[in-house]
Write a protein that binds this ligand. Structure first.
Ligand code: ZN
Ligand code: ZN
Length: 696
């Protein structure tokens, strides 16, 4: 080799010989630090080797760009010193840009390569297509596709796989499929590229049918394939195929693959087979956050929220850090249960770890606070969210409306319109319910009209339900009834139940009887409707009719849904049913109730005998109004919580008239804020008043 070597310094003698005999080995394996690399780089420049032996320069580039961490800047310097970089040099740097999350630079370099007439090879094309996928740049991807065809690489499997991946990622799943179908022989990588495309597009049905095609053609699949297919099975509830894969995994000894087992757990949980999911989960020797999240969200989706939170506590004990998916599931379980403490722990965790309040996480947090009756916290979270979408605004408006802040809700609706955020049909349900809570009849009508005229949203049954509520609530029962008769959709049970509730407030027997007549046809087993009509009779002194309605209900074998109230204390959920004594503290609780009743009697409480008498069932022991589940829960709250703290109870049924009055007085006598969430809304009791203004 006609290279004149200058006289080197002592330690480099060894290296010099080594560099020339096997430069790749020396540079790639022995340079562990940037310092060593610089030393050799300097020597190669001094000796002139770098400019005469392009492969040396490429090896140096590969070391600095790909093997040593964080030396991309240095690599760029090396690249600039190469007089005429070859394809290999470009490939190294393009790959490095992708690894360093700079796909736009990868494409810039690719363009420079083309304009400098350096011929790309299959690796260049594959990397450039990967950059397009990352940037979701379909236009650029198409350009590269035509270059590929012109340079004769259109038949390389390796390149076609990258094309399939690029088209699928950029949303052109059809084009990806056409390329896929055009390949005479498909390896597992090709199949997986197609699976990944359907997966990214959320085309779960196509994932499953592609897998069936794969089985029919006896193509080999691997674990990557199975992960896509199991996910799809979970989304579609395809239990049969999921079970088939389960047996395949078991028979082929793949149960050691934790990713696969986690997907199985997720599949079973999403298909509602929570016990099977739990068994697999328990067998896992090591459970990562994905496995825990799959299990927790499985319980949340089945509305088994207590189990979800128990599992979350186990996860905390196991010292596994939750991720965003875990926290969204946990927050939605907390929202259902009214578990404020656990949800607050999640919020403080987010702050402690300085996690980003993404739209999903922030909106889940807002929804949780609103459903626990802490509407100020919900608004605060909303204001701190860096990015909001239409759903975040809707959750905010909904929370304000159900917490009795109708006017606030409407203010935020105007702000939403000013922010150019498109309201959805659900947003309008929330806006109308805000009008109803605030007693704004005219505004409600205007919003109802503008929904169709300005936003082109056709009213659904929920929107009519809100209008019936707005009219009925303000005493316009005739108008409400008229609207039900005129609406173009067949009224459902909810609509008539709304009218029935309005009749209770305005003590209107005529429309109440008509509502129950309709309700018996539409939803005959609903005990609450009979109880409402019977208490309307009682409220106007028609005792006999009240008893007749109750008896009709009994004759038809309709059972009252047992009232159940939940209260959270020190992270534990306590459940109370009317008249029960299963709680370990039940002696103290019943003593506390006696004390409560005698104290509020001094403040003017008269037990509502109408409800008590109607509830008396001759064949059972007399159900006393003072032992309704929310009174038990409130008594427990008074015993166990700090003086002055807020007592929060959530109940499965409507609060009865007696409990509502009693709770108002308890809030005054004991100087406690009490928040009761019943089936429909929040009651914030403070100093003898309730936020619902006695309309619920
Ligand atoms: Zn009650
Ligand atoms: Zn109330």
């Amino acid at each position: 080799m006609a290279v004149i070597l200058p006289a080197p310094a002592k330690p480099l003698v060894v290296r010099e010989v080594a560099i020339l005999s096997n430069p790749r080995k020396l540079l790639l394996e022995q340079c562990k630090t940037l310092r060593e690399l610089r030393q050799i780089h300097g020597h190669l420049i001094k000796s002139g080797l770098l400019f005469h032996l392009p492969f040396l320069a490429e090896n140096l580039l590969e070391s600095s760009a790909l093997l040593l961490p964080n030396n991309l800047a240095y690599a760029l310097k090396v690249f600039d010193q190469i007089p005429a970089p070859r394809t290999q040099a470009y490939n190294i740097l393009i790959r490095a840009f992708i690894l360093h999350h700079a796909p736009e630079n990868a494409l810039l370099l690719f363009d420079r390569m083309i304009t400098s007439s350096i011929p790309p090879d299959k690796f260049t094309f594959s990397c450039a297509l990967k950059a397009c996928s990352r940037l979701k740049s379909l236009a650029h991807g198409r350009e590269i596709h035509s270059l590929i065809l012109r340079s004769g690489f259109g038949f390389e499997d390796f390149v076609i796989n990258s094309l399939i991946h690029m088209y699928a990622t950029c949303g052109e799943v059809g084009t990806a499929r056409a390329l896929f179908d055009g390949m005479p022989v498909k390896g597992v990588v090709t199949w997986n590229a197609m699976f990944a495309g359907y997966f990214k597009a959320g085309d779960w049905t196509d994932v499953v049918s592609l897998f069936r095609e794969m089985l029919d053609s006896s193509a080999e699949f691997d674990q990557v394939t199975l992960i896509s297919v199991l996910t799809a099975c979970g989304r579609l509830g395809e239990l049969n195929l999921g079970e088939w894969i389960y047996h395949y995994i078991e028979e082929n000894g793949l149960k050691g693959n934790l990713n696969l087992v986690t997907c199985l757990v997720d599949m079973y949980a999403k298909c509602g087979q929570i016990d099977k999911a739990h068994n697999l989960f328990d067998e896992m020797p090591f459970k990562d956050v994905v496995a825990w999240s799959a299990m927790i969200s499985g319980y949340t989706q089945l509305n088994q929220c207590k189990e979800a939170l128990e599992l979350f506590h186990r996860m905390q004990i196991a010292n596994v850090d939750p991720n965003e998916v875990t926290m969204v599931s946990v927050l939605s379980a907390c929202a259902v249960l009214g578990a404020l403490e656990t949800g607050q722990w999640v919020h403080s965790y987010i702050r402690r770890k300085r996690m980003q309040l993404t739209v999903n996480l922030g909106t889940a947090l807002m929804d949780f606070y609103a459903k626990c009756g802490c509407i100020e916290n919900s608004v605060e979270v909303f204001e701190k969210m860096p990015v909001k979408n239409s759903w975040s605004w809707t959750v905010l408006i909904k929370g304000l409306a159900s917490n009795g802040c109708g006017r606030e809700a409407l203010k935020f609706f105007s702000a939403m319109q000013e922010a150019n955020e498109q309201p959805s049909d659900v947003t309008f349900v929330c806006v109308l319910s805000a009008c109803s809570h605030a007693g704004l009849i005219n505004e409600g009508q205007l919003f109802f009209d503008s929904m169709t005229q300005e936003y082109g949203i056709q009213p659904r049954i929920e929107h009519y339900g809100c209008m019936v509520d707005i009219l009925g609530r303000s005493g316009l029962l005739e108008e409400a009834y008229d609207l039900i008769r005129r609406m173009p959709i067949e009224p459902n049970a909810v609509i008539w139940r709304t009218l029935l509730s309005s009749c209770k407030i305005h003590k209107n027997v005529e429309f109440a009887e008509e509502s129950l007549k309709q309700l018996v046809k539409l939803d005959p087993g609903h005990s609450g409707d009979y109880i409402l009509l019977s208490s309307i009779y009682a409220s106007v002194g028609r005792w006999e009719d009240a008893v007749i309605v109750r008896n009709q209900m009994k004759e038809k074998g309709i059972k009252k849904t047992p009232g159940c109230s939940l209260i959270e204390m020190d992270g534990m959920i306590h459940e109370f049913f009317a008249e029960e004594s299963a709680h370990p503290l039940s002696k103290e609780i019943y003593e506390k109730i006696e004390e409560m009743v005698s104290k509020i009697k001094l403040a003017g409480y008269v037990p509502n005998l109408a409800e008590a008498r109607l509830d008396a069932e001759e064949d059972e022991k007399e159900v006393s109004v003072s032992h309704h589940s929310e009174k038990l829960a409130i008594a427990f709250g008074l015993i166990k919580s700090q003086p002055g703290s807020v007592i929060r109870v959530s109940k499965n049924l409507r609060v009865c008239t007696d409990c509502h009055l009693a709770t108002k007085l308890i809030s005054k006598v004991y100087q406690r804020d009490i928040v009761v969430r019943d089936r429909n809304r929040f009651h914030h009791f403070r100093d003898g008043d309730c936020s619902c203004n006695d309309y619920w």
